[in-house]
Design a protein around this ligand. Structure first.
Ligand code: ADP
Ligand code: MG
Length: 445
């Protein structure tokens, strides 16, 4: 058995050597030799190092698996792993309960699932370097860029990578807003134990959306202490933000100046080609159905602002094919599936009316898409943000229920009313929720 797969890789390599010039081939494929395991249709091949591994994954995996298809009728694919991953990745990966510290990272946010293009190449490379040598080369790493462009993904990829190498590392991901909530809870109750347990002795701290720190002055002092302690102990800090450090408002200067003392990278908007690449990859990950290029282009042309929206649109197309039970995804069907969204984009209020923004701010805050927010899905992860949207549009923008209903995917005005009432009542007792709503309101102003 084993030799068979080895042979298959050898043959694939041979075929690949004919597709690329000598330098490209030897720079990437030469040292990728050994098949180490076969499991569930996946052939694991040893990559000499993590750079080659991710290069293979990001730039060549499609080609490689295309070649493979010409060599065998079986439904197989190659996966590349490095030496250090073998023990964990290949047999059965360790359940997270075996990890010494609980972590709140999303395992799907890793380097392999991150599509690299011009807009994020530098950020990606720096993040990889930081993940390889945490605390040593860029501390803090400060990543900034617009909504839905992959900041959280990249930051968590660093955490996941460090954790994959050493499950005993204590890694904490927090939104800056969580930090404020934790700190004010601790000071109000006079009990710092939970706080210290959570933030003490970290190996790596990932703080998402640092601009939100603006609303907690006392927390900034505390954050300053934490920050210095970690830097002094050469522990990695990664920060994301919607703007460069020197443009952060309402955050004390001794903090912002330290934010820029490590390395700053920015993530830009992906161009059309990259958007298509991202969609192609996501389509492969999400479904076995073939999504034709013209459909990918159609989506990429219509959803241009950010990757979260792009993903949402693709999901919608795939969801449509499930619900309506067809395999042949055509341009017409895709357009059909996206009709409501495209209409929403056209009729949505112009940006001069800043409540348009509110939806993407809320979606971003909860790491979901605007599509999810206005969809009919009842997942808890969507319902709360949706109710918050209703509440803010009502209380803050003073829009009539009917109008809010229209904005939020044509909902009935009674639905909107009950959503508003719910949040209005809950924020009276739920401090965290109140803080979240206040933060969002601050952002939309
Ligand atoms: P941000 O934090 O900048 O608002 P996220 O990191 O939450 O954006 O990204 C939004 C969505 O887009 C996530 O589902 C993420 O996985 C996806 N995404 C972003 N950038 C990429 C990329 N380069 N490759 C693949 N998926 C991406
Ligand atoms: Mg984010």
């Amino acid at each position: 058995m084993e030799t068979n797969y080895q042979e298959l890789w050898n043959k694939t390599k041979e075929a690949l050597s004919r597709c690329y010039d000598e330098d490209t081939f030897s720079g990437t494929f030469e040292e990728v030799k050994k098949v180490i395991k076969f499991q569930n249709g996946t052939i694991f091949v040893l990559a000499p190092n993590v750079y080659i591994k991710t290069k293979l994954y990001n730039m060549y995996s499609e080609k490689i698996n295309d070649v493979l298809k010409t060599l065998t009728p079986e439904k197989l694919k190659f996966k590349f792993v490095t030496e250090s991953e073998i023990t964990k990745e290949v047999p059965t990966s360790l359940p997270s309960t075996n990890r010494l510290y609980l972590n709140n990272l999303n395992e799907n946010f890793n380097f392999e699932s991150f599509v690299v293009g011009e807009s994020n190449m530098f950020g990606y490379r720096m993040s990889m370097n930081v993940a390889e040598q945490p605390g040593l080369i860029a501390n803090p790493l400060y990543i900034f860029g617009g909504v839905g462009l992959g900041k959280t993904h990249l930051m968590q990829a660093i955490g996941n990578y460090i954790l994959d190498k050493d499950i005993n590392k204590k890694i904490l991901y927090v939104q800056a807003n969580d930090f404020i909530v934790d700190y004010s809870k601790a000071t109000q109750s006079g009990n710092m134990l939970d706080f210290d347990e959570k933030y003490g002795n970290l190996d790596c701290l990932l703080v998402d959306d640092i601009q939100m720190l603006e609303i907690g002055k006392k927390s900034q002092q505390e954050f300053f202490k934490l920050f210095n302690d970690l830097i002094n102990r050469k522990k990695q800090i990664v920060i994301t933000s919607d703007c460069p450090a020197n443009q952060l408002k309402g955050i004390m200067e001794r903090l912002t100046s330290r934010f820029s003392s490590g390395m700053t990278v920015d993530i830009k908007q992906p161009d059309l080609e990259q958007r298509v690449n991202i969609l192609r990859r996501k389509a492969l990950e999400l479904s076995t159905k073939k999504v034709p290029d013209e459909v990918l282009s159609f989506i990429a042309e219509n959803f241009t602002d950010n990757i979260r929206e792009l993903e949402g649109a693709l999901n919608r197309v795939l969801g449509h094919s499930e619900v309506c039970n067809y395999d042949d995804i055509t341009l017409e069907r895709a357009a059909d599936a996206l009709e409501a969204l495209l209409r929403y984009k056209k009729t949505a209020p112009k940006s001069s009316e800043n409540y348009e923004n509110v939806l993407s701010i809320i979606a971003n805050f909860y790491n979901i898409s605007v599509n999810d927010l206005i969809s009919n899905q009842r997942k808890q992860a969507y319902v709360l943000p949706r109710h918050i949207a209703m509440y803010i549009l009502k209380e803050h923008f003073k829009l009539p229920y009917k109008k809010i209903g229209q904005i939020l995917g044509n909902r009935d005005h009674t639905t909107i009313m009950s959503g508003c009432t719910k949040i209005e009542n809950e924020i009276k007792t739920d401090r965290e929720l109140k803080m979240a709503v206040d933060t969002i309101i601050k952002k939309v102003d």
